[in-house]
Design a binder for this molecule. Sequence first.
Ligand SMILES: [Zn+2]
Length: 251
Amino acid sequence: MAVTLYRTPTTAADADEIADWLRDRIDESVAVRDRFLDEHRTDELPERFAEARVLSPFERETGNAMLGVVRYEERALDHPERAGGVLYDGAALQRALNPAIPDGERALDHLHVALLDRAVGTWGDHDGRWHKRVNVLGQPALVSIPGLYEAPAKPEAYYEAKRKTALLSGDAPPREVLENEVEGEFLVEGDPRTTEALKGYVLQTVHCWRTGEGFCDESGCRLSNPHRQPGVVAAQLRDPEFCERHAELYG
Ligand SMILES: [Zn+2]
């Protein structure tokens, strides 16, 4: 049994620190490699990424494999700093990345966890729209850095302040202004607490792989999956780390 964690160019997310934290909690060996999209690049990936693009928040159908879009995806794979602003169907990305894992490493006894600089989502059958996600469980498991900042909703006052400043100045307000003005706790892009918060989300993918269980229902547990940012802060950055049941496994 082995876990391989893949780095991301985002400096706020330290895969090696996350791996150290994991090693203290599970018996399986934990290895760290460079970016998944560099380690396991196949010729099909740009087209698969193009096909996985979400076109509208309310449209199930994805994908635009026009040549220009495929070229864009090619460049984005080569230069991750240029990728951004696109939401991808997480399950489709997973299906695209699974065959890119070398044959001998794709078995169930070896979990691959890719930290990704892409926003990923899943389609909600119940409400007919796409939902951004922090992680997508499975093989490979995906953990989205933009998802950590964008998927769980920020306090309503944050969006309010953003709208107001944009109206007055035509620009998004500086982060510090929002942080000072808006009550409640939330993570913003490049947040220094990113690595700490991601530990729990990586463990969720490992926990699912080891036990077949999904997210924990207890708010405040690192294995829970809150819909709002203050819940994320409480679960990932405040004590206790785990609910009673999961403390027995990982505490
Ligand atoms: Zn729990």
